[in-house]
Design a binder for this molecule. Sequence first.
Ligand SMILES: NC(=O)c1ccc[n+]([C@@H]2O[C@H](COP(=O)([O-])OP(=O)(O)OC[C@H]3O[C@@H](n4cnc5c(N)ncnc54)[C@H](O)[C@@H]3O)[C@@H](O)[C@H]2O)c1
Length: 443
Amino acid sequence: MRVAMIGTGYVGLVSGTCFSEFGHTVVCVDKNPDRIGALQRGEIPIFEPGLDDLVMRNVKAGRLSFTQDIKAAVQGAEAVFIAVGTPSRRGDGEADLSYVYAAAKEIAEAMSHFTLVVTKSTVPVGTGREVERIIRQTRPDADFEVASNPEFLREGAAIEDFMRPDRVVCGVESDRAREILRNLYRPLYLNETPILFTALETAELIKYAANAFLAMKITFINEIADLCEKVNVNVQDVSRGIGLDGRIGSKFLHAGPGYGGSCFPKDTQALVATGRKFSSPLQIIETVVAINDTRKRRMAEKIIAASGGSVRGKTVAVLGLTFKPGTDDMRDSPSLDIIPALQKAGAVVRAYDPEGMHEAKKLLNEVVWCQDGYEAAEGADVLAILTEWNQFRAMDLARLKELLKQPVMVDLRNIYKPAEMEQAGFTYYSVGRPPVMPAGVSA
Ligand SMILES: NC(=O)c1ccc[n+]([C@@H]2O[C@H](COP(=O)([O-])OP(=O)(O)OC[C@H]3O[C@@H](n4cnc5c(N)ncnc54)[C@H](O)[C@@H]3O)[C@@H](O)[C@H]2O)c1
């Protein structure tokens, strides 16, 4: 099949590339000339493991190409996917749908034959209908249909998630749309991946309900972790004890600094806004949003407390800036709350991230940027791990201890074992686990 993918970000680029790997001919479109220029030169503008090889292979095979020319891409396609951003709108937390609606209008203007317009962006209930209305209004003569196909991939594991998803959700209105989507996902269909065909609105809501549930699960274990710290219990034991219950499941039960990233924060807020709009408040998600916001700020306080109650004039080494490992995405990362709070409290921050520094430099000021974790630790009073990149999991503790002014670590991802840190002579704080003090020091 011939596909046009509008928007070549984390979702559009991965989805478009994977569709071409399935054997379809895909043209990826973006408004951003730098992005398209880079892709045309064979450079991948985002960090996503395995994506470069997959892009190269499919470009070489003639199935994947990149352009700014939306008209040509749409005219050559049977299915056109909208994969543009839907960020939070300032002020009310609703999804900003201006990019989606602009794309719908541009698609309408370009259409020349029957086209299935599929929303892959995460959009609130009712957006598909509005996309339909915009296209109809722009081109009353157009032969088209609208479908919804929300994306569930995770950055850092995006290709695997797209190629082997738990399920594919398709909101469709007709057999024709159903057939097109079934053909597009044929390799998965043959693999017996569950493919759910639903109404348009149902597909739109499934995506928000899924993200809100996952954000709630993270927030739940984070609050349990706080209680664990008060009652001297290890939250990891609690996670295991509850996660083995099949009704609960072990995933998303890792306590940490609060969820971040390009999806959970904005999608929870947008769902809350949708609930209010339809006079059906989602109080549980409202609470999740509030808890998570407070939590990120409280993590800075935790680091300050570990530094003896004040960081004024002190140096904090920060390891990890992205919201999770395996991505360069800095959107709504907890580091963006934690680092400014530390600086406001008078700290000098030395930071390192394996992939996120390029983006981080645009978003954070007055940070001393370092080449690796050890350089960040040099002369610091406390070291904080914010993201669980593999290279931070097995650092040379003796070397770190030498480099730090004080052997104090705040591990917000629980990647070290308390006993190991005790043995290495560190004062060690983690999340939801009793702190470790060297002999003679009390908590
Ligand atoms: N990032 C994720 O992990 C993830 C996962 C699932 C779903 N989603 C959803 O997918 C959507 C896209 O997210 P993303 O992270 O890929 O966004 P992104 O910001 O990385 O990419 C969006 C791209 O769309 C381009 N664009 C905007 N308007 C355009 C237009 N009219 N024509 C052509 N290009 C246009 C932008 O230049 C940008 O490159 C969002 O709705 C998001 O919620 C994201």
